[in-house]
Design a protein. Sequence first.
Length: 340
Amino acid sequence: MKHLSDDEYLYGNEAEQQQEAYENPSIDETLDETDNFEYEDKEHLHQPSKYDIALGKYNTELNDAEVAKQTAQLLEKHLDENNTAEVKKFLFNCIDLTTLKCTDSEESVMKFTERVNDFVDAYPDLKNVAAICVYPNMAEIVNDTLEADDVKIACVSGGFPSSQTFTEVKVAETAMALHTGADEIDIVIPVGKFLSNDYEGMCDEIEELKEVCGEKHLKVILETGALGSASNIKKASILSMYSGADFIKTSTGKERVSATPEAAFVMCKAIKEYFLETGRKVGFKPAGGINTVKDALVYYTIVKEVLGKEWLNNELFRLGTSRLANLLLSEIVGSETKFF
């Protein structure tokens, strides 16, 4: 009887193993195939996604202090020259006149819309607001009441303002808003997915909602105050446009930090770079915290200097606000006015 060494006991007889492998080549082939599979899988894991490739075309590593400095210099140089009656009239025509309160009712939204109708006769020499922005369940009442020409119906949708609900619910809500009269849809990116680097989850959702909108404008809200840095704002801007956004918008107005000049500067830079890369023009909408005429002039100045005069129309520039209309109107007519 053959006595096995310790090594032979633990690992078997090497010669016998080699003979078995020779007689049964499928064993080696199976091992090789497994090794190749594992190798290929590791290679696949390290390949950049299409979203990484898209972002790689742009400089997304920004310095917050430098962004603040450049924004301040731009405004210091150009803000005062835009403080004119003509600019204020233009800004009035870019307003998405907004009511997004928990107290909104069919009656209150009807009266809100009737004031937009009345503006036509009250101020025949001025262009009206660009749109009325409401919750999705109010689209039908605005559609039934609105008589003013060239005023769109915009609806926040997709689980506004947190975007924390099922994609299927977002799709259904958006489709219902469009069916009952909405011309434009404002959604919020799933901020949590973006901050977790789940770019695929974020972009797939935007693409799906854009598909629902078809030719109707989709405005994508970045909620810039929650993104934490200029670099994140730039990345979210690029990914939103890449996924089909017709506009990118700063904020919901429901977070502690809403629109800021620095965020607007980064977003407009992203829009310009995206246009140069793709040839597609995407609009810009600051919203949230636009409380003074000066605030509106700040965003006008940034758009004018970064994007150029091609963006100075209400097809590519909007202001989301509930209180700015009366303030602008007061300065345009030269006396305090509370029309809306």
